[in-house]
Design a protein around this ligand. Structure first.
Ligand code: MG
Length: 398
């Protein structure tokens, strides 16, 4: 029996997780669900899965649902403590973190300190302070199972990974191929400055939440994933090769020192890596579509264009600088994507805003502790808003 808590149950990862769990039978039980403000969907989920605990972050949403809980479900107050409490629930065997952005940071730390196994889709904390997070995992004997398709693919190709440390296999790996679909603009000839949110939200392969879809269009998502896998699997930068692979059939691959490459393939369906994180180390029948190799017929691989997609260069630059820079990168990206979705800035202003705040950040390199990362996140958001207001980001030349 696996008791499961889902953080972010109404989002893309949360709803797919529940659809997998519904098909897995009585051995998988949902004991906690949290969401932000999607009241209708949340109530449906609560009544379908009847968890012991529920929490909503938004106070108005909490007021709306507080008298509608089924018998046996306790609704916790709309505050971060409820999320961190559920992330560390003693009876939880697995905590699925499907939160978006830095809001997932504190619950993740709480789960780690409780020695939990965490199915992690929320990549921002791993960007902000991934090395420290992995040290904390070792200290508290917590484990991180990646949920995102590419880190999951790498995880599946690591033949003797220890998910608490990931430290045993580095000598045998010569390269990791981190694949990227390239997003909706990989083949676009026209300038990217006129891209609208509607166009950027049309991902050619994957159905995902809004933030990650925009990050995929700028390729920042791949930059984040590169940082995530370097931190998670303790890989040096020179062993990470980003590969544009428009078909999204190979979800990433690991090359061993003897030249043998193990790749994980499958239909581009998030339920596949999500369910694997839920059932690991077992494999179970899944609702994900099966791949038809004859329909796929052809696989293409190209080098990424760092000039046309400067977010990718910014991500590597922030990683190399270390210190609080990756936290700043992640925080400003959140502000920039939000601003682009509200049509306040252009698509090409996203990297300009990030560059502007990174350039004005002064910090030593090396490792950050968790408080420093959280402070840098708050500081960078403030700086991003100031730059948006003064429009100073427009002067950035990148
Ligand atoms: Mg991904």
């Amino acid at each position: 029996m696996k008791n499961i808590v889902i953080l972010g149950s109404t989002g893309s990862i949360g709803t797919s997780s529940l659809s997998c769990i519904a098909g897995l039978g009585a051995d998988y039980r949902v004991i906690g669900l949290t969401a932000n403000n999607n009241v209708d969907l949340f109530l449906k989920q609560i009544h379908a899965f009847k968890p012991r605990f529920a929490a909503l972050m938004n106070p108005q949403a909490y007021e709306q649902v507080k008298d509608q809980m089924p018998k046996g479900t306790r609704l916790l107050p709309p505050e971060m403590e409820s999320f961190t409490f559920l992330a560390s629930l003693p009876s939880a065997d697995l905590v699925i973190n499907g939160l978006v952005g830095a809001v997932g940071f504190m619950p993740l730390i709480s789960a780690i300190k409780a020695g939990k196994t965490i199915a992690l889709a929320n990549k921002e904390p791993m960007v902000m302070a991934g090395k420290t997070i992995m040290e904390e995992c070792q200290r508290w004997e917590a484990a991180i199972i990646p949920v995102d398709s590419e880190p999951s693919a790498i995880f599946q190709c690591l033949t003797d990974a220890d998910e608490t440390t990931y430290n045993k296999m580095q000598d045998r790996i010569s390269r990791v191929f981190l694949t990227a679909s390239g997003g909706p603009f990989a083949k676009r000839k026209a300038a990217l400055s006129t891209v609208t949110p509607q166009e950027a939200l049309k991902h050619p392969r994957w159905k995902m939440g809004k933030k990650i879809t925009i990050d995929s269009a700028t390729l920042m998502n791949k930059g984040f994933e590169a940082i995530e896998i370097m931190n998670l699997f303790n890989l040096p930068e020179e062993k990470v090769q980003i590969v544009i692979h428009p078909q999204s059939i190979i979800h990433s691959a690991v090359e061993y020192v003897d030249g043998s490459i193990l790749a994980q393939m499958g239909a581009p369906d998030m339920r596949l890596p999500i369910q694997y994180a839920i059932t690991y180390p077992e494999r179970k029948p899944s609702p994900a579509q099966k791949l038809n190799l004859f329909e796929v017929a052809k696989l293409e691989f190209m080098e990424p264009d760092f000039e046309r997609f400067p977010c990718l260069s910014l991500a590597f630059e922030a990683y190399r600088l270390g210190g609080i820079y990756p936290a700043v990168l992640s925080a400003v990206d959140e502000v920039a994507v939000d601003s682009f979705l509200k049509e306040e800035i252009k698509f090409t202003d996203i990297p300009k805003l990030i560059y502007t705040v990174l350039k004005n950040t002064h910090s030593g390199g090396g490792k950050v502790n968790l408080n420093q990362a959280a402070e840098a996140d708050a500081m960078a958001r403030e700086a991003a808003l100031v730059s948006l207001q003064s429009k100073s980001y427009r002067k950035a030349i990148i």
